[in-house]
Design a binder for this molecule. Structure first.
Ligand code: GCB
Length: 595
């Protein structure tokens, strides 16, 4: 799905700001037609934001069910005869949208965009009412899964993942205009040809469009100079002496994709950034532009005080500055697709991204152990079933459709720590791997393995191109005993290394209360976090197949309440307000030693 843009033929208008907001715990608003009039008894709610922490009210923070958002927007006068589109960059976890009294669209899944052509129901120059009912309930048929329990005290949401179930309109909402004849999709795939020491960049493109007679593609370099042009909806451009996109060097070309009428007049122009690079798994190596790449960085979260999971440019730029400061070259979008702006910034900063779908918590063994689960079977007709898999498949389709052109994205992660040691899990995942490869044959695919399915027991890992392992030796097991942890970890990792695939350690970490100190290795202290990381690094450095280390987590983050967490998960190298713990300085020493 293309992004709203301002180009010579396109215009956009953000609907961000203060909206009217009302909880609907009883779920009466849909039948009562709350969309059909100004929202009664509304409070003010900023968009983008998670609604949970904005108001000082437990009913808002712990709300389960529908929440209504409403605003009015004046459609720009100049948009007569234009195709006008209403787009939500996300609504967590699902939404139904009305314009005036008309229902215009609905969408399932909290982390990908959705849009609809509203040209026939809006009038340029007139004001319209936009209403969205956003629902945050998780069930076994959602991604991620959860269970809503009816208790004598009201409905309660249980879920099997370790971050707070923030909800609402986390990203921008747009009205945008294009010509009726317009480009509907662009896909670019890049390659590199080297002959006699000369590098030629290859940019293959496919353009889909509605109406128009022909397509012209003009590729410009970062200085605006035209380096190649193409005619037709499909083609291949060559860029002699191409400046490659590479980790640490986010060099971007820009393709102006134009739709022309029969006389050669431009009807539509869409600008697509292009980073020329290749990604390949060869043996136990992960290659970017043919060079072995070693991932340093973190699993992150979209998480900050008050805003919750809202996208925020201040945090975006600050987080990337901290990634650079600490020497991180990459991160994983644990555990869901992040805002579009994050990938754009990663593209231009040359930061490598492992892009993850929101399939987290599909593991009742883990749910029982850590989150106090209720003896559910993970994969069964009553729990995660064929219908769930179709929702999961659709989430993968939307992820690939949205992010396929980002050079920063080098690897798809189709689940985090699902059950993976049973026949049922293998059956569940096999078609999802096939689907991801069919959608994008150009990037490796993997999933993130949990310690409950160690080497020798996992039935899903062999389906992936890379092995991604989350391990907590020295934290959840061998707690406080780094000697025993090191031995056990090394034994397991050496086992995985026999698989002949590159291994990325996608999580290792220790909860740490900033300011707590000890001269001996005591969990929760800053010194323990440093020693814990050092121990892990000794293990990784001894195993050649390890091609990456992502510490869990970049920063402390909010979780649901429970006896395992003190004001959230404290495994951050940075606190939630982005101050470094001692571990951040230690990581910086390791990750910047070659600079
Ligand atoms: C994990 C999960 C992550 C948790 C982390 C922890 O394995 O993937 O979502 O936050 O462990 O700290 O327990």
């Amino acid at each position: 799905m293309l992004r709203p843009q301002d180009t010579t033929t396109r215009e956009r208008k953000a609907l961000d700001g203060i909206w009217d907001f009302r909880l609907d715990a009883a779920g009466e608003g849909r039948a009562a037609g709350w969309f059909a009039a100004p929202l009664a008894d509304a409070t003010a709610m900023p968009v983008p934001a998670s609604y949970n922490d904005v108001l000082a009210d437990a009913a808002v923070r712990d709300h389960v069910g529908d929440a209504w958002y409403q605003t009015t927007v004046r459609v720009p006068r100049g948009w007569a005869d234009r195709r006008v589109v209403l787009r939500f960059d996300s609504a967590t976890h699902r939404a139904v949208v009305w314009v005036g009294d008309s229902e215009v669209m609905s969408h399932e899944g909290g982390y990908t965009p959705f849009e609809v052509d509203v040209s026939s129901i809006v009038q340029p120059g007139e004001e319209v009412r936009v209403t969205a009912v956003v629902n945050n309930e998780l069930s076994f048929q959602t991604v991620p899964p959860g269970v809503v329990e009816d208790t004598p005290h009201g409905r309660r949401q249980r879920y099997f993942h370790d971050f707070f179930n923030y909800a609402g309109l986390h990203r921008s909402v747009w009205l945008y205009a294009t010509a009726p004849e317009h480009v509907t999709d662009v896909r670019v795939v890049t390659d590199i040809r080297t002959a006699a020491g000369d590098v030629t960049g290859v940019v293959r493109y496919d353009v889909e469009h509605e109406g128009g007679a022909s397509v012209r593609v003009t590729l410009r370099d970062a200085d605006g100079a035209v380096v190649a042009t193409g005619e037709g909806a499909h083609g291949e451009l060559e860029v002699p002496g191409a400046h490659l996109w590479a980790p640490g060097e986010g060099y971007l070309y820009e393709a102006d994709v134009e739709l022309l009428d029969g006389s050669g007049t431009t009807l539509d122009s869409y600008l697509q950034t292009v980073g020329i690079r290749t990604v390949e798994v060869r043996g136990t190596q992960f290659l970017i532009n043919g060079e072995p790449f070693y991932f340093t960085g973190f699993g992150k979260h979209e998480d900050s005080p008050v805003r919750g999971k809202a996208h925020d440019d201040v945090h975006l730029v600050n987080d990337f500055a901290l990634l650079d400061w600490i020497g991180a070259n990459s991160f994983r979008t644990s555990h869901y697709p992040y805002a579009d702006e994050v990938y754009d910034f990663a593209d231009r900063e040359g930061v490598v991204v492992i892009d993850e779908v929101a399939a987290v918590g599909q593991n009742m063994g883990l749910a029982g152990g850590i989150f106090g689960g209720q003896n559910y079977t993970t994969f069964s007709p009553e729990t995660i079933n064929d219908a769930s898999r179709e929702v999961h498949a659709q989430a993968i389709r939307e992820l690939v459709a949205r992010d396929k052109n980002h050079p920063s994205v080098v690897l798809w992660s189709i689940a985090n720590e699902p059950e993976s040691d049973t026949d049922a899990s293998r059956e569940y995942f096999e078609p999802l791997f096939a689907l991801t490869r069919e959608l994008d044959p150009t990037r490796p695919v993997g999933f993130v393995n949990v310690m409950l399915a160690p080497h020798g027991r996992c039935q899903v890992s062999e389906l992936g191109d890379v092995l991604m392992l989350n391990r907590y030796y020295g934290w959840y097991v061998n707690t406080g005993d780094l000697v025993a942890a090191e031995a056990a970890w090394r034994t397991e990792l050496e086992g995985w290394a026999t698989e002949g695939k590159p291994i990325i350690i996608t999580e290792y970490g220790a909860d740490t209360m900033p300011g707590v100190h000890s001269v001996t290795p005591v969990p929760w202290t800053e010194e323990y976090q440093v020693e814990y990381l050092d121990m892990n690094h000794r293990v990784f450095d001894a195993v050649d197949a390890v091609v990456g280390e992502h510490v869990w987590n970049f920063a402390d983050f909010a979780t649901s309440s429970g006896v395992f967490r003190v004001d959230g998960n404290k495994k951050g190298a940075f606190t939630r307000d982005r101050r470094p713990k001692a571990a951040a300085h230690a990581l910086r020493r390791r990750w910047t030693r070659d600079r």
